[in-house]
Design a protein around this ligand. Structure first.
Ligand code: ZN
Length: 389
C-alpha cells in the first residue's frame, strides 16, 4: 500500500483506515466513529518566538488537525490534537520526586501490623506484601495490599504477581465470609496524581454484592449487545482492529492494545481469558515500559473480573410463597447476568507529571470526551521497544 513508508500517527488515522482490507475496515466502523476537523488561528508577531520554542513552528500552530474518535459500543470518546500529540514523549527522571518518596519513609504502611487495621477475617501475607482493611471503605469488603517495598515505582515481575495473588487470596477469604459478595475489583493508584493518598506502594481491592460496579456492568452489557447484534465477541473484534492498525503488543496469550478511545493519556488494555501468570507478567512489562520508556510516574491500574462462583440458593420448602418467589426472581435476575465471553481486562493509564499542580482531567473528561495529548501509535512503538529489549 502507498502508506507503507509513512509514519503512522493518529493525525492520519482516516488514511490508515482507508488503506485497510475491507474486513478490517468494516470491523473498525462497527466499533468506532471517526471525525476529523481542522482548527485555525492567527497568532500576533509578538507570540511567534514563544510558539516556535514550544511547538517548533508557527505554521504548525496556525492549522491544527483534531481527530475525534467515539467507541459506538461503549460510548467512550477521545479528542486527539495532532499538534499536542506530535510533541516528543521523553522519559525524564525527577530528583524532586525521588526525594519526596524517600523523605516519606516511616509512613504507616512501613509498619502495617502496628499502623493499619486487619480485616475481621485476618490478614493475607504474600511473599512481598500484606493485606490491611481499608479504614474508610468504598464497599463492604475493601482491603489494601501493602507492598513491602516503600518506593511505589520500584517493583519486579515477581512482586507485581504477588500483589495480585495476595489481593485475590484476600477476595476468596471475603467470599468465604459472605458468599453473596462475589464481584472482585482490583486497583492500583500510584502517587498522588492518580488519587493515591499514601505514597508507600499499595494496591486496593473490593468484593461487592448484587451487581458489579457501574462501569464494569456497562461494559458487560455493551459487549453482550455487540454479540447479539453482530454474532461475534466484542473483545475479539476490538483486538483485531487494533492489531490491523499496528496498535497491539505480543506477550504469549495475553492480548495487549493501545486503545483508540483512551480515558486519558497512553491508556493500554490487557485482555486475557484467565488471570494467569502470563497476564501478570504482561502487566509488569507494560508498567515497566510506561516508567522506563514513556517517563510515566503516576498511573492508575484497574482489573475487571467476572464474578466468583455462581451458587444459587435452592428454593427452601419451609419458605413462604412470597420468600420463595423472591428467591426465584433473584435466580432469574442472576441468570440474565450473562458473563460468558467476558475476559479478564486490565486497564492502565498515565496520570501525568506529579510536579504539575493542575489536574489532568476537567469538565471535558468528566462530562464530554477525553482530551488526549499522547499519540497511541507512538505509545505502541515505545512499548514495543520495551517488550523486545
Ligand atoms: Zn513506607
Amino acid at each position: 500500500m502507498a502508506l507503507i513508508n509513512i509514519e503512522r500517527s493518529i493525525g492520519i488515522l482516516d488514511q490508515l483506515i482507508a488503506a485497510l482490507p475491507d474486513d478490517d475496515r468494516a470491523c473498525f466502523h462497527r466499533i468506532f466513529h471517526l471525525s476529523t476537523t481542522v482548527g485555525r488561528l492567527n497568532p500576533p508577531e509578538t507570540m511567534h518566538r514563544w510558539i516556535k520554542s514550544y511547538f517548533g513552528s508557527v505554521e504548525a500552530v496556525k492549522t491544527q488537525r483534531i481527530v475525534k474518535i467515539t467507541n459506538l459500543i461503549t460510548m467512550e470518546g477521545a479528542l486527539f490534537n495532532e499538534l499536542r500529540a506530535s510533541r516528543p514523549v521523553e522519559a525524564k527522571g525527577s530528583s524532586d520526586l525521588e526525594e519526596t518518596i524517600a523523605s516519606n519513609r516511616g509512613d504507616p504502611f512501613c509498619t502495617p501490623l502496628a499502623s493499619t487495621p486487619a480485616d475481621t477475617f485476618g490478614r493475607v501475607r504474600g511473599k512481598h506484601s500484606i493485606t490491611a482493611s481499608n479504614v474508610a471503605k468504598y464497599d463492604g469488603f475493601h482491603g489494601v495490599v501493602v507492598f513491602d517495598e516503600h518506593n511505589p515505582l520500584v517493583f519486579s515481575s515477581e512482586e507485581v504477581s504477588d500483589y495480585i495473588d495476595t489481593a485475590l487470596a484476600w477476595a476468596h477469604k471475603a467470599h468465604d465470609v459472605d458468599p453473596e459478595a462475589r464481584y472482585f475489583f482490583f486497583m492500583w493508584n500510584c502517587l498522588w496524581k492518580s488519587g493515591a493518598s499514601i505514597i508507600h506502594g499499595h494496591a486496593q481491592m473490593t468484593l461487592s454484592r448484587d451487581m458489579h460496579y457501574a462501569k464494569v456492568e456497562s461494559l458487560r452489557r455493551a459487549a453482550l449487545r455487540y454479540r447479539q447484534t453482530h454474532g461475534v465477541n466484542y473483545f475479539d473484534d476490538l483486538y483485531a482492529i487494533h492489531k490491523a492498525l499496528g496498535l497491539t503488543l505480543e506477550n504469549g496469550p495475553t492480548r495487549i492494545l493501545v486503545y483508540l478511545t483512551p480515558i486519558k493519556e497512553k491508556e493500554v488494555l490487557l485482555i486475557s481469558q484467565k488471570l494467569d501468570q502470563n497476564l501478570k507478567d504482561s502487566i509488569y512489562k507494560v508498567l515497566k515500559g510506561f516508567i522506563e520508556r514513556l517517563g510515566v510516574q503516576s498511573f492508575n491500574l484497574a482489573l475487571y473480573h467476572k464474578p466468583f462462583g455462581r451458587v444459587y440458593p435452592e428454593p427452601c420448602p419451609k419458605q413462604s410463597r412470597r420468600e420463595s418467589q423472591k428467591a426465584q426472581d433473584k435466580h432469574l435476575a442472576d441468570a440474565e447476568e450473562d458473563w460468558s465471553g467476558f475476559p479478564v481486562i486490565v486497564r492502565i493509564v498515565d496520570r501525568g507529571d506529579p510536579n504539575n499542580k493542575a489536574s489532568d482531567i476537567g469538565a471535558m473528561e468528566l462530562y464530554a470526551a477525553s482530551v488526549i495529548a499522547s499519540d497511541p501509535f507512538h505509545v505502541a512503538e515505545a512499548l514495543h521497544e520495551a517488550f523486545t529489549h
